[in-house]
Ligand binder design. Structure first.
Ligand code: AMP
Ligand code: MG
Length: 493
């Protein structure tokens, strides 16, 4: 396959680095975006644009829109499709790669850090494997709103800079309007990137990849006695902390394949993701996850499994003697469970408003007991925690009413109240607004018909998730019953 011809004209003012393409050419194929018939910006993330030194007004039209769909390439940039492998639902695919995406290049943000500018839905690449290389408006706007909500909740995540409608229809179960998502990430290095480098049997390449990852994400590892082991430990820590945050907010990623897990510790690849409503560890939204492999309650174990795959890929870097390498890797991975539990317990301590004087063991035990009650009675996760501060204020009737059998909650609440929880701190730790499934669906359906107002209102709510505002009551309320179990998101994004 030959790359489509060079695109014109080029935006001159924007500088895009080509660090990945230059340093790791074996893992990248230079490629160009497909020209869309009628590109129009649907949403532009103004605060993010400003953080990146980009003028939002420029991005909304002309050359700016063409940059966002990849057909106006700044001088000196080398757009590439990145290659990676990965375990998908447990089965190894030796070559995946960006089938419908391009890394346009690296921007430098206001803090001086490189950030990938990546396009999803920009046309088929040599990795498309028969796919059309395209994306539909609905799923790209879903990524926009859910990743914005995650960012506002303080969860590390890739961001959406913009969604541009292409004016082309894409064929899914039905014909849908097409779009390109411009995504910003601290990088797109994945566990699957290491798996591919390892499979190529070139240890020098694997080392270059690891050193690139250290420079980009975990620079402290460079000063460690064993930098590559320190890199691995840093990824284990970052992922333990990340998945703990998912669990605290009730986020279900939906497709935790090793190609969808970053080395940076950012959430990536929002496909069949959704927020759990009724607390149930078996919650699954993805239409293709029949076995519940990626259910809410499975996520910590799956993260650990994926990190074991990363360890396997990194073994040649850990020691010459592979028995010794394995010993080091197992030792590092063993810290995952403890780090995960500690991060979760810290987060729960905040959600429960527990004062510093309460010891960690008491706090963790109380949190675990509460989750068992929520689970047994399938209580709505987000509105329960938001309402718990009212219980501390002595106005707990509506929260108590969420339990079919409140006795178990009353017993727990008595012990919790005795610890003197701080309701104001709880209001800062427990969101009122998350992108609930029915609200997302409603917003995407309207946007697909050309009405962006519901999406803008939802974005406005979830961007200040803890700041309760009059008039937004329906954004804080649990969805209709159909969103429990019956709600289904699709991978055919
Ligand atoms: P995902 O499940 O979104 O992480 O995608 C898994 C793999 O399938 C990646 O290699 C994607 O680039 C590729 N892929 C997904 N959708 C398409 C599509 N419409 N056309 C080409 N490749 C795709
Ligand atoms: Mg992916």
């Amino acid at each position: 396959m030959n790359a489509p011809g060079p695109a014109t004209p080029t935006p001159t003012a924007i500088v895009l680095g080509d660090g990945f393409a230059r340093e790791l050419p074996e893992l990248a194929v230079p490629w160009r975006a497909t020209e869309p018939p009628d590109p129009r910006a649907l949403v532009v993330n103004e605060p993010l644009a400003e953080e990146l030194g980009l003028d939002p007004a420029f991005l909304r039209k002309g050359e700016g829109v063409r940059l966002l769909v990849g057909t106006a390439v700044p001088d000196g940039a080398t757009p590439v499709a990145q290659a990676y492998a990965g375990h998908q639902f447990g089965a190894y695919s030796p070559l995946l790669g960006d089938g419908r995406a391009l890394l346009l290049g690296e921007l430098v943000d206001a803090h001086g850090s490189p950030r990938d500018l990546h396009l999803k839905g920009s046309g088929p690449t040599p990795f498309a494997r028969g796919g059309d290389g395209l994306a539909a408006v609905g799923p790209m706007l879903r990524e926009h709103v859910v990743s914005e909500a995650m960012h506002a909740l303080g969860v590390p995540t890739t961001r959406s800079l913009a969604v541009v409608a292409t004016g082309r229809f894409v064929r899914r179960d039905e014909w849908l309007p097409g779009a390109v998502l411009a995504r910003i990430a601290s990088s797109h290095l994945r566990v699957g990137t290491f798996q591919l480098a390892r499979s190529m049997g070139d240890v020098a390449l694997l080392r270059r990849l690891a050193d690139h990852a250290i420079r980009r994400h975990h620079p402290a590892a460079a000063d460690a006695a064993h930098p590559h082991l320190a890199l691995y430990e840093a990824v284990v820590s970052a992922q333990a902390a990340l998945v703990a945050q998912w669990m605290l907010v009730g986020f279900v990623h939906g497709v935790m394949n090793t190609d969808n897990m970053t080395i940076s510790g950012e959430t990536i690849d929002y496909g069949p993701c959704a927020f759990m409503e009724a607390h149930d560890p078996a919650t699954v939204f993805s239409s293709i996850d029949h076995s519940g492999r990626y259910a809410y309650g499975q996520q910590p174990a799956i993260a650990e499994w994926n990190l074991a795959r990363l360890a396997e890929a990194m073994l040649p870097l850990l020691a010459d003697d592979q028995e010794e390498a394995l010993r080091l890797a197992v030792g590092a991975l063993e810290s995952f469970a403890g780090e995960y539990r500690a991060a979760w317990a810290r987060g729960m301590r905040a959600k429960l408003g527990l004062p510093g004087g309460v010891d960690d063991a008491t706090a963790a035990a109380l949190a675990t007991e509460l989750v068992a009650v929520l689970e047994a009675q399938r209580v709505d996760h987000t509105s329960f925690f938001r309402g718990l501060a009212d219980v501390a204020r002595g106005e707990g009737a509506p929260t108590r009413d969420r339990f079919a059998d409140p006795a178990a909650f009353d017993e727990w609440a008595k012990r919790w109240l005795a610890l003197d929880p701080d309701p104001a701190a709880m209001d800062r730790a427990n969101p009122a607004y998350i992108p609930r499934n029915h609200l997302v669906e409603e917003a995407l359906a309207a946007a697909t018909e050309g009405d962006l107002a519901p999406l803008e209102r939802l974005l406005d709510a979830v961007r200040s998730p803890c700041e309760e505002r009059p008039g937004l009551e329906r954004y804080a309320a649990p969805g209709p019953d159909r969103s429990f179990r019956a709600y289904c998101t699709y991978c055919g994004t």
